[in-house]
Design a protein around this ligand. Structure first.
Ligand SMILES: Nc1nc2c(c(=O)[nH]1)N[C@H]1C(S)=C(S)[C@@H](COP(=O)(O)O)O[C@H]1N2
Ligand SMILES: [Mo]
Length: 211
């Protein structure tokens, strides 16, 4: 019998579609341990904001064998864009729910790259680095994001483009991203070398080494 959906089903669908506007769960359940919710979008940068010209901008992937693939800005723009809506969690304890981005999935950029590497060191214009296991950049978990809230990503927040890997603390989402170095062995980035956790899962509160 498929004549009518049971009332329970209709109610569930209403909840689900509300979720796409950004209130999927009550805020306690969206908030990892030790975090608080903010509506602002704070800017956290370890140094000055680099101004990167789109004409000169490149994004490169370099394998453990030294093979390089690079994309210019028009080449990035020509790739299919996704519009992830995600919660952000900064290690300084603020979380921001339902942020709306536009960017290219790393699945797309890494699809033709042949590698045995299990680790990635992400490099940014300005010299910032951060390490992420390669598998955390795949399967719809990470993007090269160039749009935020329907507009171009501003330089303060990492424009022209930043990494977005929202299931890890936000220091992993390198602003002004310029490339990914694939590595057979893990190597710490900027904050990881300064005592922050190698992996940085907010739900396991992996803030510092040893957490
Ligand atoms: N290149 C670069 N990326 C960076 C940083 C940085 O200093 N340089 N700071 C990180 C940290 S600690 C955080 S919390 C987020 C902050 O992103 P936002 O300024 O857009 O909020 O960017 C991350 N990415
Ligand atoms: Mo941070």
């Amino acid at each position: 019998m498929r004549a009518a959906a049971p009332p329970g089903r209709i109610w569930a669908m209403a909840i689900v579609s509300r979720g796409f506007q950004g209130r999927r769960r009550s805020s306690e359940h969206r908030l990892p341990p030790g975090q608080y919710e903010t509506r602002d979008f704070p800017v956290l940068s370890a140094g000055p904001t680099p101004r990167v010209d789109r004409d000169a901008w490149r994004f490169s992937v370099v394998t453990e064998g030294g093979e390089r693939r690079s994309w210019t800005w028009p080449q990035l723009m020509a790739l299919p864009a996704e519009r992830p809506v995600v919660d952000l969690h900064c290690v300084t304890k603020w979380s921001k729910f339902g942020t709306a981005w536009q960017g290219v999935s790393l699945d797309m950029l890494l699809a033709d790259v042949e590698t045995e590497a299990e680790f990635a060191l992400v490099h940014a214009y300005g010299g910032y680095t951060t390490n992420v296991p390669l598998k955390d950049l795949l399967d719809g978990q990470a993007w090269i994001a160039y749009g935020y809230d329907g507009r171009d990503l501003t330089p303060e927040h990492g424009g022209p483009a930043r990494l977005l890997v929202p299931h890890l603390y936000l220091w992993k989402s390198a602003k002004w991203v310029r490339g990914i170095e694939l590595m057979v062995r893990d190597s710490p980035g900027f904050w990881e070398s300064a005592g922050y956790h190698d992996y940085g899962d907010p739900w396991r509160e992996q803030r510092y080494q040893g957490d």
